[in-house]
Write a protein that binds this ligand. Structure first.
Ligand code: GRF
Length: 192
């Protein structure tokens, strides 16, 4: 994909379930001149997601779907197509998308995961890294395929685990890096 500029920017949707700090960092990034993206919509499976506040603050369209079945996913797909969305960024989105959804947006879904994949796919990554006495953990941005946290890796950032780190402390340190890593991953795929 070549770098897109000006009116050629690509429309993206960010999917969230919770706090939305990665969403916020993507919104800030999208406002930079060099950014190849426009955040056209925010989608959540949770109407209580704190991150939905950014839709109001930054005047971005938001929609909540339950993602519980194929029918609900079809509604999401229709919404995305209606809004001319060409890239989906999962950012703390806690639902597993169906194979057919992923097929519909093949190669156009990114995810950020709080570990150095392929280590620690799934949940509780910080607890597991600390329990195993790893020296480093970190975060990864990757393309989404039909296997959990297994798609092609775009970029990663290592974070040192200190002796006294609790899962909470480590999560905080890694989150700070996530906020830089996601924009960098987007820059990377559009400059290839
Ligand atoms: C991040 O650590 C992300 O990697 C993980 O969930 C967290 C979401 O944080 N999947 P936020 O909602 O972006 O603040």
């Amino acid at each position: 994909m070549a770098l897109l500029t000006g009116s050629n920017k690509i429309n993206i949707a960010v999917f969230i379930s919770g706090t939305g700090s990665n969403l916020k960092s993507l919104i800030k990034f999208s406002k930079l001149k060099k950014s190849p993206i426009i955040i056209k919509m925010i989608i959540s499976n949770n109407y209580k997601a704190k991150g939905l506040q950014y839709a109001n603050i930054y005047k971005i369209k938001k929609k909540v779907f339950n993602f519980k079945n194929i029918l609900s996913e079809k509604k999401v797909i229709n919404e995305l197509k209606k809004n001319d969305i060409h890239l989906i960024c999962l950012a703390g989105f806690m639902k597993i998308l169906s194979k057919s959804f992923i097929k519909n947006f093949k190669g156009k879904i990114l995810n950020i995961h709080p570990s150095l994949l392929p280590k620690y796919k799934g949940l509780n990554t910080h607890e597991r890294a600390i329990r195993n006495k790893d020296k480093y953990s970190g975060c990864t941005v990757h393309f989404v395929n039909s296997r959990l946290d297994s798609g092609e890796i775009i970029n990663q950032k290592k974070v040192r685990i200190k002796k006294l780190d609790t899962p909470k402390i480590l999560a905080k340190k890694i989150l700070i890096q996530e906020h830089k890593l996601y924009p960098a991953a987007i820059m990377k795929i559009f400059s290839l």
